[in-house]
Design a protein around this ligand. Sequence first.
Ligand code: UD1
Length: 438
Amino acid sequence: MDKLRIIGGRPLHGQLTVGGAKNAALPLLCAALLSDQPVTLGNVPYLADVTTIAKLLMQHGMHLSLLDTGGTNLFGEKEAHGFYSRRLLLHTPEITSITAPYDLVRTMRASVLVLGPLLAREGRAKVSLPGGCAIGSRPVDLHLKAMEALGATITLEEGYVIATAPRGGLKGGEIHFEKISVGATENALMAASLASGTSVLSNAACEPEIEDLARMLRAMGARIEGAGTPTITVRGVSSLNGCAHEVIADRIETGTYLCAVALAGGELSLHRTRADTLIPVIAVLKTMGLHIEEREGGQMIYVRHDGSPLAPADIVTEAHPGFPTDMQAQLMSVLTHADGVSSISETIFENRFMHVPELARMGADISISGHTATITGPVKLKGAPVMATDLRASVAMVIAALAAEGETIVSRIYHLDRGYERLEEKLSMCGANITRVK
Ligand code: UD1
């Protein structure tokens, strides 16, 4: 199993191109199932999770082909280390299987996003209950209730969700989410786009990735209003066309580099990003003392830190537009360097503090009480062998290691490969001493 070896203490300097968002690419790929026409999807990140969903979609009947590999950076030069984004052609002339099997679904929770498209297009879906990051129980009840609100009948058999649309297909309905859920909102949007009549989604998630999905669905001919707000209206259509769409920039990858500079010091220019999708993260880091400038209408972010003490902060994770739970672990690494007592309350997922004992192995002073972690700083982190426990926790270890004295070995980095494309190559291009050990 691969590991990362990081020798801390080198500031970061340079330019990075941010990839397409994993959390947008996964639902967008699934949405292509809704049409029998070809869909071109650009800025697709090359990640383990994308490969997993591609395998799943292929066995449902989707043909995926690579149109080009990206391969050049924004200066038109070949990226030093290969491909950072890809353009895919997705075409599903017919659905060849309505079953999403356990073997594929168990490795990635986002696989449940095929439920809405299969049910809407074929009237039937059989989807294994998902696995994914070990950050709490993460049920799928909201996805199932949304499908029921569109007229589907749901049964659970031997670990599979069996969903059946009424005769004549799904029907528009009122979908109220008791709790805000990104994935359930996405499944509902996709299914309602092909349902007959009007659906109104209330207490919907407002994440930028939802807006991106709605943009692509509209380009396919869907009639959607209000995406990005808690109330979304979908007027169903009988069929959807193909389209060409670019995946939105990864706000979590961007935020991770901002945190890396806060820890390691130096300066980075982050290209092909979207500052407007990162407002709460930028606000917190600026308050702590990081120098951040938005340039080129927010598509480039310049960040600088001279290593002076950072101010502590009190953070509560919330659904968008609140502070994202996917940035919680990285910010915690940064807060170990802040001068004073900080706190982070995690309200989205239970059990999302698995990085705390690992950071403690590097010398961090963190205590947990219920949903709140208290971080006392500043501490000088020291290199140690640590273990990645989930995707964002893994990257929190990596950026902590950039600032730590001596060598850190991060093991179990298959978590990291699920969501960060060639992270070690990007960071070493900017001066970090980081290598992958096979
Ligand atoms: C998505 C993101 C993930 C991010 C999360 C919250 C993708 C592929 N993943 O995950 O990176 O951390 O949003 O921003 O986009 N819940 C239920 N029942 C359900 C569904 C969810 O109780 O049917 C709960 C979850 O356990 C969690 C909360 O709702 O406590 C939010 O989860 P949700 O927004 O659905 O997360 P995902 O879509 O799985």
